[in-house]
Design a binder for this molecule. Sequence first.
Ligand code: SF4
Length: 380
Amino acid sequence: MLANPDQATVLDFQRHLHRWFAANHRPLPWRHSYEPYQVWIAEIMGQQTQMERVAEYFRRWLDRFPDAAAVAVAPEQALLKAWEGLGYYSRARNIQRAARLLVERHHGQIPADRDQLLALPGIGPYTAAAILSIAFNQPWPLVDANVERLFARLADIDRPLKETATRKRIHALAETLLHRDLPRDHNQALMELGALVCTPRRPDCPACPVQAHCTALRRDTVEFRPLPTARDKRIDIVMACVILCRGDRFFIQQRLADDIWGGLWEFPGGRLEENETPLAAARREVVEETGWQVERLEPLDTVIHHYTRYRVTLHAFIAALPADAGAARLTAAQQSAWVTAAQLADYPFPAGHRRLAQHLRRQLSGKTGTALTAKKTSRS
Ligand code: SF4
């Protein structure tokens, strides 16, 4: 069993695992060549994102930015647009910072050296090990969330995964089981097995190639492994924003560079203050962020979006801005623009605002924003 494997067990485990991977791995696009730049991009995109979704984004990214040199010279807006929907936008910015260093120090190539990789923005020990093992076939063990769960069952670990001792134990097991001649296949096989067979709920044990080595299966504890941990409490955030229109144009602003969504575009708005209604917050935010007083706000839509531990409810209002309102005095943005509904698609937005922009394009389809506010006003 895998709790404390001897050499024969390790070899048998590897044989079954690799045979299964050869027959069952998904044909993900970076698996055609394992070109280091492609492996790097796929790894960064894959953080917090399902592989099928990564594959979609990866293809589009590669069409636009085929190598580090292309990323290094790309406008930041183009990168953010290509990343739009993946979230955690600092990852895209770090890719560009790293790409510039790659061009400067390594002729645009990904180095096959751990220290040199760790010197690049956005690359920590896990990503470095992923690039070294998957792109360069170097023997570094890899433990992602799928592998953690798999090992917790294989070794029937009855301690929380978050404990330092548990992590050490799992890393030691990963090191022991690693196939030193085939680290690329080995690491991917473990992750693939965790993703496709040893899934969080209802693992498919009868189809598992390493079931003979699974301690939890033998002890009938699979459903209790990994040990459930107290879930982090979800945090609810309520926000309001205003879509300001003038004829067929809509006002958008670009967030400040050091902001959490720095560089992305949005409709003016923000969080509700204590005991504030969404309508009052929307009106206040417009004044604070643009200097414009807007009297007549009509509810347009409410979108709910989930980010890891947060649930954001965004109340959107629409309002026509009088022609004599003057220029915006921006306090929370680096620049602004008046764009048509069709042009909204050219700008990168955070998820909630992107859904509003899509909603707006659908709802308008040929009408002007002013017509929309007039229609809503007449209904209320
Ligand atoms: Fe996971 Fe079941 Fe395989 Fe054990 S036998 S590793 S629980 S899929």
